[in-house]
Design a protein around this ligand. Structure first.
Ligand SMILES: [Zn+2]
Ligand SMILES: [Zn+2]
Length: 471
């Protein structure tokens, strides 16, 4: 409760009470002293004791080898640090209705520390639900399922075969050691998005990526393909949610990247806890955690991460991630400030979980959701989405103000960012570029186009024409 007051020095996380009315995100980042030193008299912290439990020694004392935790290592003991971080995760999950008992959740696991912690936390949550289920006599609420998927991009970024094999083995081991309940592991190459015949898909994918000259565009395109591949795996294997380990630090970078790329209109869609514009809704429960904190937890709990598949970002994305890193080193609340600033943008109507089909057990969380989240009427659905990145597009009248219209591509609309960074400059190469796109991109655009046409035909009967308006 103490965290609601601006005077709190603990930086601790308290459910519900730590919400900032103004921006509806937890305020953990601001309530600790930035240098980790409390200003209160007789403070246990000056004796190396945790400022939350005031009993145990801080991480800096007990685990001097754990680096990267910044001020948190000097403020918290390992237990309080851990429960604080898990509290942020659990609160994001419950207050946004991210996981219901009937869900089957697919965790996207890159091998990095953020997705490693996401996997660990989902597992702990599932494990607790399973215990409750076993203890409960009527067994009314089922336990949600968990699967894990890694999207393999080694066809574009080759990895030495020895490293590759051992990395795959390690990932399998990480997932299998998390049982029970047992979790399926999917190791899926990006080229599988084309067809079950990987060899044909491989050629098409390499040609598609080679057709993009811009280094930032190439990286962005791969990111969009990764999401489509995850969607395909989830859809084909009966998963109902996709869970990403996206943290504050990544979102802060995305905010600046999107600003540079001119994606202001669609930005708010990407930085919310829930993104249900996809067939399988995507949830981001680590949105309030810094990458520094997640790294610290991995070191503290010896959570294994896989380095082989990690790559430094390039182009505009690379410049921005080093810029944000510098800002964060200079002031540890910079990343949160960037995210909170962008959090003022109005979310889209698809940035929430639809309430249809929820269990009674979810009512409490729905009530909370209503209290803190956007109202359903707050925004209207966008009329179209970019066929490449699936960003909502702004339409004024009949023309798209920030991208190519359907008429120009013949397939669907493209946002200005994809237009400049991904599409070939030469108009004559456009057709061959579109022919290389996976069907899931072009088919989705066509589906949405048909839905619009259908809707338009349905309402047309009710509209007055010029001749029968009574004049
Ligand atoms: Zn403590
Ligand atoms: Zn786009």
């Amino acid at each position: 409760m103490s965290c609601n007051s601006g005077a709190c020095q603990s930086g601790c996380y308290q459910e519900e009470s730590s919400f900032n009315e103004d921006n509806q995100r937890p305020v953990t980042e601001n309530c600790g002293g930035s240098n980790g030193v409390s200003l209160r008299g007789g403070d246990p912290n000056s004796y190396g004791l945790c400022i939350k439990c005031k009993v145990n020694e801080t991480i800096a004392v007990t685990h001097p080898a754990v680096s990267g935790g910044g001020g948190d290592c000097k403020r918290f003991c390992a237990d309080c640090f851990r429960s604080n971080l898990f509290g942020k995760f659990r609160f994001a999950v419950t207050s946004n209705g991210m996981i219901s008992p009937s869900d089957n959740v697919l965790v996207a696991f890159s091998g990095g520390s953020s997705s490693r912690v996401a996997l660990q936390f989902v597992h702990e949550m599932q494990h607790k639900s399973q215990k409750n289920f076993d203890a409960c006599r009527d067994r009314s609420l089922p336990v949600f399922g968990v699967g894990v998927a890694h999207i393999d991009e080694s066809i574009i970024f080759p990895v030495p075969s020895n490293d590759y094999d051992s990395a795959v083995e390690e990932m399998e081991l990480i997932v299998s050691s998390l049982a029970p309940p047992a979790k399926k592991f999917f190791f899926v190459p990006t080229e599988s998005i084309y067809s079950p015949d990987f060899a044909a898909g491989r050629d098409q994918l390499t040609n598609l990526v080679a057709a993009v000259d811009d280094i930032t565009g190439k990286e962005d395109l791969l990111e969009h393909l990764r999401m489509r591949t995850l969607q395909k795996v989830a859809s084909e294997n009966g998963y109902t949610k996709i869970l990403l380990g996206t943290c504050t630090s990544r979102i802060a970078c995305h905010v600046l990247e999107a600003t540079v790329k001119g994606q202001g209109f669609s930005l708010s869609a990407d930085i919310q806890y829930v993104d249900a514009r996809w067939e399988i809704p995507v949830v981001l429960p680590l949105l309030d955690c810094l990458s520094e904190e997640l790294n610290t937890l991995c070191s503290l709990d010896s959570l294994k991460t896989i380095e082989v598949f990690q790559r430094p970002r390039s182009g505009i994305n690379g410049l921005i991630s080093s810029f944000v890193k510098l800002l964060q080193e200079e002031n540890p609340s910079r990343e949160s400030t960037i995210v909170r600033t962008a959090g003022k943008l109005t979310p889209f109507c698809f940035n929430r979980i639809s309430e249809v089909g929820h269990y009674n057990g979810q009512l409490a969380s729905q009530r909370r959701q209503k209290k803190y989240n956007l109202k359903p009427t707050e925004s209207l659905p966008p009329e179209s989405f970019c066929i490449i990145c699936n960003s909502p597009l702004k339409k004024s009248g009949t023309t798209i103000s920030n991208g190519y219209d359907d008429g120009e591509t013949g397939i669907g609309a493209v946002c200005s960012s994809c237009q400049y960074q991904v599409l070939p400059k030469e108009p004559s190469s456009l057709d061959s570029f579109y022919s290389l796109l996976p069907q899931s991109m072009t088919a989705l655009a066509k589906d949405r186009g048909n839905n619009h046409k259908l809707l338009w035909e349905q309402i047309q009967d009710c509209l007055l024409s010029d001749s029968d308006d009574g004049t």
